[in-house]
Design a protein around this ligand. Structure first.
Ligand SMILES: C[S@@+](CC[C@H](N)C(=O)[O-])C[C@H]1O[C@@H](n2cnc3c(N)ncnc32)[C@H](O)[C@@H]1O
Length: 253
């Protein structure tokens, strides 16, 4: 089964590269995972499956993550409902920033559960510690990841949440491989991205993603799309499940 998934992932990746070719590009470009290209103001000039990767948000932007208007603009209550967390779960908040969601997750999973707050900026983890302490929350681990490795234990997670972060990864393929390995079979990946399809969402273009692009990129991973929740004001919540021995792949996928 694992071999089958590896073949499927490689095929999907190859197909995705082929479909993102433009006439005139050399075949050499297909060999690498990433392509260099035009650098736009909010991007890093590196492309994956036709998308320019965005520059990550600096820790100096942490107050924006904690703004009061966020409750109405993003409705975190609706997102938490969609996550359907249970006491005792092990959850990773990937790109946790100031811990806006880590706090909510820690409360939902209770003292028998744990939230791994993962970020590549140690300054963000310092803010996470402060905010967790201010809310008397201790059931969390702050994890300093790298651009290619979230530094998570293997096969331990029930769920990995990504709020407004996946589009910022500068090595999305490697990151998702490692995060899939950190999930238990049947564990879920929840990608929350600003809707590129909706021009009224007031966010810079490179910090938005279409549902189609997210699904295309996840096809390269051992994941199955299970649901997209669309009732948040600005974001879509795109939910995938890890394929594994306990969740045989349907031939219709
Ligand atoms: C826009 S902020 C979102 C923070 C948080 N998820 C929230 O919604 O409040 C994105 C965060 O992702 C982090 N980040 C970017 N690339 C990352 C990576 N490869 N691994 C972990 N964190 C990353 C950034 O450092 C930043 O703190």
């Amino acid at each position: 089964m694992q071999y089958h998934h590896a073949i499927k992932a490689a095929t999907a990746l190859l197909l995705a590269f082929c479909s993102s070719f433009v006439p005139g590009q050399t075949a050499i470009a297909a060999v690498g995972l990433y392509q260099p290209g035009v650098k736009t103001p909010n991007g890093i000039g590196k492309y994956y499956m036709g998308r320019e990767l965005a520059h990550y948000m600096s820790h100096r932007g942490a107050p924006w993550l904690e703004r009061n208007e966020r409750e109405n603009e993003e409705r975190p209550d609706l997102l938490m409902k969609a996550l359907d967390l249970k006491p005792g779960m092990h959850v990773a908040d990937i790109g946790c920033g100031s811990g806006y969601y880590s706090r909510r997750i820690a409360e939902a999973v209770g003292t028998n559960g744990v939230v791994y707050g993962v970020d590549i900026q140690k300054e963000m983890l310092a803010i996470l510690h402060r905010n967790m302490a201010a809310n008397n929350l201790t059931n969390y681990l702050a994890v300093l990841g790298t651009a290619t490795d979230p530094m998570l234990p293997v096969a331990k997670l029930d769920l990995a949440l990504f709020v407004d972060v996946y589009h910022e990864f500068d090595h999305p393929f490697e990151m998702m491989q490692k995060i899939c390995a950190a999930l238990k079979p049947g564990g879920r990946i929840v990608l929350v991205e600003y809707r590129m399809e909706d021009p009224r969402v007031p966010i810079k273009l490179l910090h938005k993603m279409t549902e189609a692009q997210v699904k295309k990129e996840m096809k390269a991973q051992p994941l199955r799309h299970v649901q997209t929740v669309t009732d948040l004001p600005w974001q879509h919540v795109i939910i995938f499940e890890k394929l594994g021995a306990q969740t045989p792949e349907s031939p219709n996928n």
